[in-house]
Design a protein around this ligand. Structure first.
Ligand code: PMM
Length: 273
């Protein structure tokens, strides 16, 4: 299983907000994640936390390009976490080989053809709208049936697959992601994790990002109902990683690479006996 370590070069990300906002700090963080055993570094310059406002394109470029250049030059496999075609193109020119688009091509009409023209792998995540609107869209009423998030996500990701094909992206360069926390309520995330085989049925490798997300905080809330703080959700994330590894998921996007690597080392040893 691929371990993708998160490097957020943003002042306002929910999980590690502001800690790696300048180039030097972000590069140092990336090096630390590599030393901890990351296979890929996912470098992002736009926070997608609910309610976040979008940076200018120039701000996003200034945040991610120097970090990608530095880490790719050191031999790291780099992914860029962006919804913008212009940023994706600049990132690939700077050495990124994966474009991780949380909008699955919906936020920027030029994204899919731009990525198709490169040799990069494309991660298409399930998404419905930018962060300022996504909570309003967390409904999955299926025609003639009850709330069925798994069915809806499979259908909507299937539409994204059709769009990547229409843009000329070959299937072997596409990875799908159910988009935990994006236009999803807590119970939707659990239903999606339980129903991941249906998403895998689309026939593509899956990437899953559960690390530190609020549905884990809510699950582990204290008796007073206060969610478990972000920094204390790692064990829950590791439990999810283990289950996903057993189910053959291609990769996980995580903050705690060292702990994730430990989980996978134990799992691999157990499989070998
Ligand atoms: N989650 C976040 C950002 N990027 N990319 C993919 N492919 N999947 C995710 O679940 C995902 C993502 C938000 O989390 P962060 O603020 O910790 O980066």
């Amino acid at each position: 299983m691929i371990v993708m370590g998160v490097v957020n070069v943003t002042p306002d990300s929910f999980s590690d907000g502001g800690r790696y906002a300048d180039t030097a700090a972000a590069v140092a963080h990336g090096r630390r994640l590599l030393a901890d055993g990351a296979d890929v570094l996912d470098i992002g310059g736009e926070s997608t936390r609910p309610g976040a406002t979008r940076p200018l394109v120039s701000e996003e470029l200034d945040r991610v390009v120097p970090v990608i250049e530095a880490l790719a030059a050191e031999g790291a496999i780099v992914s860029v976490d962006t919804m913008r075609a212009e940023v994706a193109a600049a990132a690939v020119a700077a050495g990124a080989t994966i474009v991780n688009d949380v909008s699955g091509g919906l936020a920027d009409p030029a994204m899919l053809t731009t990525v198709a023209a490169t040799e990069a792998t494309y991660v298409a995540m399930h998404w419905r709208a930018h962060s300022d609107r996504m909570t309003d869209l967390a409904t999955y009423d299926e025609p003639g049936g009850p709330d069925d998030v798994v069915h809806a996500v499979v259908r909507e990701l299937g539409d994204r697959v059709a769009a990547t094909r229409a843009a000329g992206l070959p299937d072997h360069r596409v990875v799908l992601d159910p988009g935990l926390g994006f236009a999803k309520r807590g119970d939707h995330n659990w239903q999606l994790l339980a129903g991941l085989d249906a998403v895998a049925g689309l026939g593509f490798p899956l990437l899953v990002g559960a690390s530190r997300k609020s549905f884990l905080g809510a699950l582990l809330a204290g008796p007073d109902g206060v969610p478990r703080p972000v920094a204390e959700r790692e064990t829950a994330g590791h439990a999810i990683t283990l289950v996903l590894a057993q189910r053959g998921v291609w990769g996980v996007r995580v903050h705690d690479v060292r702990g994730t690597r430990d989980v996978l080392t134990v799992w691999e040893q157990l499989r070998e006996g």
